[in-house]
Design a protein around this ligand. Structure first.
Ligand SMILES: [Zn+2]
Length: 173
């Protein structure tokens, strides 16, 4: 499994590391009984560049509400994980954004998602000037970038993964 690398609006790279990617794929809603899942993106700003690596993701915690169409994150537990990883890493592992799944092949943000993302851009405290939002669909993962206190979320890439036919496909037709 190759880690996907996306080009950000400023030309820098954003990579989703294999460990994080593997955890995301575990929650793909590829069968009717799998509910939405979600969590936070954690990783590093690479020194002397604007590159970013997503090293880890948090996964559903007790208290989160998971439905076929809908995921509600209990804020406190995920925040505690961010705080702990930040301390353990000596301040290099930071909050980069969040992810959730959709039971559709190639995901698009719902109205609720867009409102939620704008609220995070306004209210969340984070390093750097951008937040990233990943939605993991059944056949591809898409990632959006948005500037701090901005209101526009820009799609910066799509990564196709194992689909129903079990074939990894980076070039959907
Ligand atoms: Zn959504």
């Amino acid at each position: 499994m190759r880690p996907p690398i996306f080009t950000k609006a400023d030309g820098g790279k954003l990579e989703i590391g294999t460990y994080a990617l593997t955890r995301l794929f575990y929650f793909v809603q590829d069968t009717p009984n799998k509910n939405e899942a979600g969590g936070l993106l954690l990783g590093r700003h690479i020194v002397d560049s604007t590159d970013i690596v997503v090293d880890e993701v948090t996964v559903p915690e007790p208290g989160d509400i998971r439905r076929r169409y809908g995921f509600y994150r209990a804020r406190r537990r995920h925040q505690a994980i961010i705080d702990r990883r930040w301390r353990e890493s000596g301040g290099t592992c930071v909050y980069l954004g969040e992810w959730h799944t959709h039971p559709e092949d190639h995901p698009t943000p719902s109205d609720v998602d867009q409102r939620d993302w704008k609220r995070k851009l306004r209210d969340d405290i984070f390093d750097g000037d951008y937040l990233y939002f990943v939605i993991v669909g059944k056949r591809s993962l898409r990632i959006w970038e948005a500037a701090k206190r901005g209101s526009h979320c820009m799609l910066i890439g799509e990564h196709c993964h194992f689909g129903a036919d079990g074939v990894e496909n980076d070039n959907p037709t």
